[in-house]
Design a binder for this molecule. Structure first.
Ligand code: ADP
Ligand code: ADP
Ligand code: ZN
Ligand code: ZN
Length: 748
């Protein structure tokens, strides 16, 4: 058999794994969370392919890569170049749209430059990223940003009390000194009492030399009002060098409104005026992709034909994978991980390379069972082009569609890391493993629905594709919101519901703030307790046990890794040789608590820690409850999957008890056997008085809900309506509902 052969893999929890991945086939790697799927597929196979690709680079580049960690594996034979299509969002900036990410935008510009009336120029004249096409007012962004003064200044405070609510302007900072030492203001007077001319001077003054500065006024430099200073530092072009932390702060202080010149079209007047059959290029980029294809097909022009064919071909492929509701002008950072992943897949399908290994991370995430069928078609087409497709998945239908299945297990973390099964689906169905059992498991047991204790009303909701939706979410029960991808579920429950009822707590999958240096211990609040315990036991300051302050390894400054920037590749990170990745200084590691160093404590799993640590036990129990007992305390939050992050937030969020909690697809990344545990957690919350609302596609979760709200009937413009409300049983009996049809398969 022609296969990729992995011999003796030992990354993370893998225990000398030897396994074959047949080439030219669709292989699914499955297993309970934490069993080692990612360690095998991403940290071993994908990492080694990337490293070998690095070896082929010119020597000067290779020298900088020599420390790129080689995965812990004895051999990897027959490896072809790997393309990883993960769920990271594409393009983090507003200039990246569905049009640019799919390469359709340049084709459309070409079309307009050839056949539009009047004739404007070459195709860059239709590009908002090109000076000849961009709107001069907003420089192609489509919106203008400005400071929200009410958020920036606190009128009840004086300069001395930190009236300017930004960390860079807090008392003692360099920027703050320019204001208090300028000799222009009474630094102890609340801003509310400023005379109009003082107010103007503080906020809007042009650059000048203050007449009577005191001696501490920074010697090099002039005075500039807060608003122009802010604009120059953070809003003018080229501020991409502003660190992420500051950028987040700036984001909270600015408001955006559509550009008054182009009304969001991003293009200059000439480009906005050119039309084909009455449609401007902006009209085209605002149409849903399916409608755009329909319009383009009507263009009759000899020069246009080949371009139209190329565009329509791509649009059809996007519609085929269930993305027909998107539009070309949609900014990629607003796409969900699953949507971004499918866009990347479609782009790959259009490439002429073959014999690649495609590696995908849970492509079914965010997909309704109905859309999963289309996804499977896409994976098969990728395979049939002569590629090897390797997918980490839990979805029953994707597993059933595989040519070959590898199941990792049996448990999580140290209790996993072995191959339990490798072979075809028929064999898996007979095997005594978690996946085999889950696939064989009978219908979901019936559970009498609970009685609501009240309701949360939503009236006339009209955000995105919602059309005057009136619906009520029952209190005191578990509600599942279902519907195909793009039908409006997230819009309704994660945007509209919290705005209508501020008590709502949304527990989403986004990375928590500052997650680079955070880990489960810090996030759960256990770390501070641990540091205090270490400090007390050793009679030293607690800060010594922080890799972010006194305890930092001097070589990597507490990061544990060294990052090398390569101009033409992703930055390469290597483990710090001084601390071996522990992030701590030798001195910090010389102290112990009950025989363990702080680094050893952080290497414990949540399950191990709650047995031996006196501190923070209740938070650790909550983490174990949501199925995260296998995480180590010190694992960086950036290495967690979206689903794991979400469950960690659930464990760390005190307001969920007795409150109103919204979860967007909490089963993402969960094996069917883990879903059962998550359901216990959700039921427990409801039993203790909480209202729980989940956006879900998992039929087991929908079947176990007390109440279901289905949005639809389709996606985008064809969705946005409530098509069903009632119990799961009633939904299953509903002839017209696609969710109902799939649910019937799972209900008794
Ligand atoms: P799966 O993909 O099956 O959910 P993983 O391969 O991600 O499992 O994880 C297997 C084990 O390795 C888990 O115990 C996990 O906590 C651990 N692990 C994964 N990545 C890291 C990492 N970067 N650092 C430390 N431990 C890790
Ligand atoms: P679901 O959660 O059911 O997959 P969403 O609520 O994410 O659906 O999307 C519903 C519709 O709203 C889709 O047409 C989607 O493209 C659109 N939409 C969602 N988020 C945004 C956004 N930030 N900007 C513009 N349109 C959006
Ligand atoms: Zn503009
Ligand atoms: Zn170090």
């Amino acid at each position: 058999m022609d296969a990729i052969r992995v011999v003796g893999a030992r990354e993370n929890n893998l225990r000398d794994v030897t396994v074959e991945i047949p080439k030219g086939r669709l292989t699914v790697v499955t297993g309970v969370s934490g069993s080692g799927k990612s360690s095998l597929v991403f940290d071993t196979i994908a990492a080694e392919s990337r490293r070998q690709l690095g070896e082929m680079l010119p020597a000067f580049a290779r020298n900088r890569l020599t420390h790129q960690s080689q995965p812990d594996v004895d051999g990897l034979e027959n490896l072809s170049a790997a393309v990883v299509v993960d769920q990271r969002r594409i393009g983090g900036n507003a200039r990246s749209t569905v049009g640019t990410a799919t390469d359709i935008a340049p084709l459309l510009r070409l079309l307009y430059s050839r056949v539009a009336t009047p004739h404007v120029g070459y195709s860059p004249a239709f590009s908002f990223n090109d000076p000849s096409g961009m709107c001069p007012r907003c420089e192609g962004l489509g919106y203008v940003a400005d400071i929200d003064l009410e958020r920036l200044v606190d009128r009840d405070r004086s300069l001395d009390d930190g009236a300017i609510r930004m960390s860079a302007y807090q008392p003692g900072t360099y920027r703050w000194k320019r204001y208090v030492h300028s000799g222009l203001f009474d630094r102890a007077k609340p801003l509310r009492e400023y005379r109009p001319d003082e107010w103007d001077l503080l906020l809007h003054a042009e650059e000048m030399t203050p007449p009577n500065p005191d001696r501490e006024f920074p010697r090099t430099g002039t005075y500039l009002g807060v608003v122009p200073r802010f604009r120059r530092d953070y809003l003018a072009g080229g501020h991409s060098k502003v660190p992420q932390r500051v950028r987040e702060e700036v984001e909270r202080l600015v408001t955006r409104r559509p550009c008054p010149e182009c009304d969001g079209a991003r293009l200059n007047a000439a480009a906005r005026a050119a039309t084909i059959d009455g449609h401007t290029i902006t009209d085209c980029s605002r149409l849903e992709l399916g409608d755009l294809a329909a319009f383009l097909r009507t263009i009759e022009h000899p020069v246009a034909a080949p371009i139209v064919r190329a565009v329509v071909h791509r649009l059809d492929a996007l519609v085929d994978v269930g993305l027909g509701y998107l539009s070309l002008d949609r900014e990629t950072p607003t796409l969900s991980g699953g949507e971004a992943q499918r866009i990347t897949l479609v782009r790959q399908l259009g490439s002429s390379l073959t014999d690649l290994t495609y590696i995908l991370d849970e492509p079914s995430a965010g997909l309704h069972p109905h859309d999963v069928d289309r996804l499977i078609g896409l994976l098969r087409r990728l395979r049939d082009k002569g590629n090897t497709v390797l997918v980490v998945e839990h979805d029953r239908d994707v597993i059933a569609a595989a040519d070959h299945v590898v199941e990792m297990g049996p448990g999580a973390g140290p209790a996993g890391g072995r191959v339990l099964y490798a072979g075809d689906v028929a064999g898996l169905l007979r095997s005594d493993t978690a996946t085999g059992r889950a696939l064989r498991s009978g219908p979901v047991p019936d559970r009498p629905p609970r009685r609501p204790t009240g309701e949360l009303r939503i009236t006339g909701a009209s955000l995105h594709n919602l059309r005057g939706v009136d619906v009520s979410v029952p209190r005191g029960v578990l509600t599942a919101v279902s519907g195909v991808a793009g039908s409006g579920k997230s819009t309704l429950v994660t945007e509209v519901l919290p705005r209508a009822h501020p008590e709502v707590v949304v527990v989403d999958q986004s990375p928590p703030r500052g997650s680079r240096r955070s880990n489960p211990a810090s996030y759960l609040g256990v770390l501070d307790l641990l540091r205090a315990a270490f400090a007390a036991a050793n009679d030293v300051p607690a800060a010594l046990f922080s890799p972010n302050s006194a305890g930092a390894c001097p070589s990597c400054r507490g990061r544990g890794v060294i990052e090398t920037d390569l101009a033409f590749l992703d930055p390469v990170t290597t483990v710090c040789e001084a601390c071996g990745g522990s992030r701590f200084s030798d001195e910090a590691l010389s102290h112990r608590l009950d025989g363990r160093t702080i680094a050893e404590v952080l290497a414990l799993t949540v399950d191990e820690a709650r047995a031996v640590l006196p501190a923070g036990r209740s938070a650790l129990y909550r983490a174990a409850d949501v199925g995260l007992g296998y995480l180590t305390l010190g694992q960086p939050l950036t290495t967690l999957s979206g689903g794991e992050r979400q469950r960690l937030k659930l464990a760390a969020e005190p307001r969920v008890e007795g409150g109103v909690v919204v979860l967007d697809e909490p089963t993402a990344g969960l094996h069917p056997s883990d879903v059962a545990q998550l359901l216990q957690v959700l039921h427990g919350l409801v039993e203790r008085g909480a209202t729980v609302v989940v956006v879900e596609h998992d039929l087991d979760v929908i079947a176990q809900a007390d109440h279901v709200i289905e949005l639809g009937p389709g996606a985008g413009r064809d969705g946005g309506r409530v098509v069903f409300t009632g119990t799961p049983e009633e939904l299953a009996a509903e002839r017209g509902s696609i969710t109902g049809r799939h649910l019937r398969r799972r209900l008794a």
